[in-house]
Design a protein around this ligand. Structure first.
Ligand code: ADP
Ligand code: MG
Length: 702
């Protein structure tokens, strides 16, 4: 048996051939025997259990049942044709239905013959029926290799049309394993398998398709999940070690005049304990001689900006420049103003660079950056451009990480001889498991405490029919001197429709709150930056009481006097977005409110999201629910990470313990043998190479 049998094309397997191979490639990406045996079942039928007709109802799982098939009837015309048949055992009968392959079914199923049927019962026209059951003659079934659990595989419509259903894939697996069983090379070293008491890969792959017992199935699933998570962790941790070896960090040994005079004279309040802790963590990094790559997670309003500023001051005290990058122009302007105000009376040269910076001013910025005169530059993506060159960039702050991709981060690295220190800030807390993978190469700091004196935002849910009541409440709040946000969803693909939502909403709001008594600011994606900014400014200066906006205001905007956030069509927002929006209020000392407006009809998921928002204000708790609802690939911040989320078997929201364990094991191994040179560890290198070849994304992780 040649070792590369795993790389044999599937067309050579018994029962497949070139035609089926082509469809399997197209539909399931299965090219080689290896791809096939890593195409895992999504569930199993307990074949030790046979149901009888009288035990079946629409809530039954996938079942197995024995009986006879008769009474074929073709119903409907042409393309809408379907085939019905009656399935009977000693206890009664149910209906079978086929929409496809009618001719073949009619010709191949014999009367007065015992069959075994697999399928999922459902209710249609008040009758129990099974659509497209898998059918097997009882006598043939008895001849075959028997296992207690039958694996079920996902297929597609196109595959089913060519009769490649779950059963067919199961047969292909049999063909594959008849040949390779016993010859699948191990991917973990012997010592680890013994130490962790794992099942061998050969046994595991066989049993995932042909489980001999529930107990064994559990163990092999564990082995396969462990391996999958382990290699991702090993890869990330190894890259981290490499990076630390490769890049010297600028050493900022001292805290000097800028930092100290800010701390003594300008700091408008006491730091929270969490802020103090994080600043200490950052100072340790900056003194260490290694390049800092730190993620700062903190809920909206937790005071990350201040931490950023103090970090910048340390860089400047050590004669380095700093830049601060925000995802939107509004935010960049706001940060610029906030920082300038906080630095009032301290002689620091700070400037703003965005897409709308005038050419003449841009020129000045470029020159001052090169001469070193400009110490802090705040801005948007405009900062990344190659024309922006620094004399001595030592510190980069990136706000709201999830809007920036890894590639963009990399461009910032190149702006000095060694990469500058990087502090990435995010207000979208990420579950621990995800942080370990998505940001596995970053150190993580957490601000888990809000500044004192904040009252938690009260969250309420109303159906659209209660709009007048909500308007009444808003009127009272405005009389108390508060300001109000109305936010409408914005989905890129249908900007026009969303704009219409906002327009319609604006009309009814303007009717309820007419000028001149009330005035309204509007901000949406179709406006020019300067129009947006003007409208924002009116709201910030309290000249308007109501802000009607799409989600452009989602991130970072700070108007402490705004105390009510009304989220329209809240069912259309993701959890983290809802939480972000809620964070726009509750910044002042007053009681604030977040009102979720929805239509009457809610899907299960949107109901769960609304319930979660009503139950908790804790961003980390919310992110855990979000992860469970959406799966890791859809969580904000993960898409650009380059992490392969299409795990074959592991599930980041469920396998937290295995992940933690795998990470610990990987850490131990790398501590003993950082470059994996030891003989017994060579298999890791081989496997990492193979995985990065199979999965292009892996290359981006660093
Ligand atoms: P975020 O973490 O969302 O970026 P900000 O940095 O914008 O939060 O801070 C939110 C508000 O809290 C700001 O108005 C800021 O001035 C204020 N703030 C920050 N730190 C403290 C503190 N230690 N005590 C009181 N207020 C603070
Ligand atoms: Mg912020």
């Amino acid at each position: 048996m040649p070792v590369d049998f795993l790389k044999t094309e599937i067309q050579y397997l018994k029962g497949i051939g070139p035609k089926k191979a082509e469809i399997l490639q197209k539909e399931l990406n299965i090219y080689f025997v290896e791809d096939l045996i890593y195409y895992f079942p999504y569930k199993y039928i307990d074949k030790t259990k046979f149901y009888t007709v009288n035990q079946v109802d629409e809530h039954s799982p996938y079942i197995q049942i024995k009986g006879k098939i008769s009474n074929f009837r073709t119903v409907g015309q042409q393309r809408k044709q379907r085939l019905n048949a009656t399935f009977t055992d000693d206890t009664g009968s149910i209906e079978l239905v086929w929409f496809k392959g009618i001719k073949w079914v009619k010709e191949s199923i014999k009367p007065n013959t015992d069959y075994i049927l697999f399928g999922k019962p459902s209710l249609f026209n008040n009758k129990i029926n099974i659509v497209h059951p898998e059918v097997e003659e009882l006598s043939k079934h008895d001849e075959k290799l028997q296992f207690s659990f039958l694996a079920l595989y996902n297929t597609s419509e196109k595959l089913k049309k060519k009769y490649i259903n779950s059963k067919a894939i199961h047969n292909f697996q049999q063909s594959a394993f008849t040949i390779i069983k016993g010859f699948i090379p191990e991917t973990l070293p012997d010592y680890l398998i013994k130490k962790l008491n794992l099942i061998s890969l050969d046994q595991s792959l066989f049993n995932i398709h042909f489980p001999q017992s529930i107990d064994l199935l559990k163990k092999v699933r564990y082995r396969l999940k462990f391996e999958e998570l382990f290699y991702v962790q090993l890869n990330i941790l190894k890259q981290k070690i490499l990076r630390k070896e490769k890049f010297k960090g600028y050493v900022f040994p001292k805290v000097g005049n800028y930092f100290n005079s800010f701390y003594k004279t300008n700091l408008p309040f006491l730091l929270t304990n969490a802020q103090k802790r994080v600043i200490k963590e950052i100072r340790n990094d900056l003194g260490s001689g290694k390049q800092m790559n730190r993620l700062l997670q903190g809920d909206v309003g937790s005071g990350k900006t201040l931490v950023a500023l103090m970090t910048i001051l340390i860089a400047i005290d050590n004669n380095y420049q700093a830049c601060f990058m925000s995802p939107t122009e509004i935010l960049a302007i706001q940060h610029f103003k906030t920082l300038k105000k906080m630095l009032d009376g301290i002689n620091i040269n700070i400037d703003l660079l965005t897409g709308s910076t005038k050419k003449s001013h841009r020129q000045i910025i470029h020159e001052q950056l090169l001469s070193g005169e400009l110490q802090i530059l705040i801005g948007t993506h405009a900062l990344i451009e190659d024309v922006v060159k620094f004399k001595n960039l030592g510190m980069v702050i990136i706000d709201e990480q999830h809007r920036f991709g890894v590639a963009q981060r990399a461009r910032l690295w190149k702006k000095n001889i060694n990469p500058p220190h990087i502090l990435v800030m995010t207000a979208t807390p990420i579950p621990r498991t995800l942080a370990m993978t998505v940001y596995g190469d970053l150190e993580v700091s957490v601000i888990d405490e809000l500044p004192p004196g904040r009252k938690p935002v009260k969250t309420l849910h109303f159906f659209d029919s209660k709009r007048l009541r909500v308007f009444g409440f808003i009127e009272k709040q405005i009389q108390l001197g508060r300001q109000i946000y109305f936010v409408y969803p914005l989905i890129k693909e249908s900007e026009k429709m969303d704009y219409k939502d906002l327009e319609d909403g604006l009309e009814s709001i303007s009717r309820a709150f007419p000028s001149p008594k009330y005035s309204i600011s509007v901000v949406h994606g179709k406006m020019k930056p300067e129009e947006k900014e003007k409208s924002m400014q009116l709201f910030i200066k309290r000249q308007t009481q109501i802000m009607v906006a799409t989600t452009v205001i989602e991130v970072g905007v700070d108007v402490p006097n705004a105390s009510v956030m009304i989220i329209e069509s809240a069912e259309r927002f993701g959890l983290s977005q809802l939480h972000q929006l809620r964070g726009r209020v509750g910044r002042g000392a007053e009681q604030s409110y977040c009102i979720l407006m929805t239509s009457y009809k809610l899907s299960n998921d949107s109901r769960k999201r609304i319930e979660t928002m009503l139950q908790t204000n804790d961003g980390f708790e919310i992110s855990e629910v979000d992860l469970k609802l959406r799966g890791p690939g859809d969580i904000e911040g993960t898409q650009q990470s380059g992490i392969p989320f299409d795990f074959k078997i592991a599930n980041l929201s469920k396998d937290i313990q295995i992940l933690q364990y795998a990470r610990n094991i990987a850490t131990d191994i790398l501590e003993q043998d950082p470059s994996l040179k030891k003989e017994e560890n060579k298999i890791f290198i081989k496997q990492l190479k193979k995985l990065s070849k199979d999965n292009v994304n892996w290359g981006y992780i660093s």
